[in-house]
Design a protein around this ligand. Sequence first.
Ligand SMILES: Nc1ncnc2c1ncn2[C@@H]1O[C@H](COP(=O)(O)OP(=O)(O)OP(=O)(O)O)[C@@H](O)[C@H]1O
Length: 225
Amino acid sequence: MLELASVTAGYEPRRPVFRGASLTVAPGEAVGLLGPSGCGKSTLARVAALLHRPDAGRLVLDGTEVTAWRHRAPRALRTAVGVVFQQPRTAADPRLTLADLIAEPLRATGRKGEAADRVAELAPAVGLTPELLTRRPHAVSDGQLQRACLARALSLRPRWLVCDEMTAMLDASTTAALVAAVETYREQTGAGLLAVGHDRVLLNRWCDRTVEWRDCLPAEGPPGR
Ligand SMILES: Nc1ncnc2c1ncn2[C@@H]1O[C@H](COP(=O)(O)OP(=O)(O)OP(=O)(O)O)[C@@H](O)[C@H]1O
């Protein structure tokens, strides 16, 4: 279970973006999160991915309460969640080839020896040819780079995936390919998914259920600041 309970988070002391947001994803479940621009969906997604420390509230992953975020989080928890962001350009090191980008989490966790096999397995799963794997980000399209970013997110076989507007910049065929790659991975591993987006039709089609941001907030009191 991925449980976000009464989470308050933001970027400035005493000025949270939202207060008391709660959301649960059951093992193997796919939950879509919809809401207006700027309400804090990405911030909550980053809390769930252990990338942003909340001001208050709880994140419980498979029964373990998370007490440290980012580099302070224990490796076993950090690697339990794979994350894909909206903008592949800002999420990818421009110096790395796509093969090295995909293998980055394996290198960072001392599993460099598995990198070649895992990249060979993941590249076709996300629709990347061997030739594309040798290129650097500046020499591939946004869609191709996003495919590599998805493969990177899957490289450590996470139990949870957080896709934050993963397909917002992409055309319909790349969107379909990436959603299919996520779904194949989930069928193979039973991973749960939190998919943040604006596209209600896509999220309804993709996810087991879709949650409105307002329904994540406490009923009483004004949402947000
Ligand atoms: N790094 C940051 N520093 C300061 N403020 C930030 C930062 N990131 C986001 N914010 C602010 O926090 C608020 C929530 O942003 P967030 O990206 O979580 O919203 P969102 O619901 O995902 O929006 P969108 O649907 O437009 O992506 C916004 O007002 C935004 O300007």
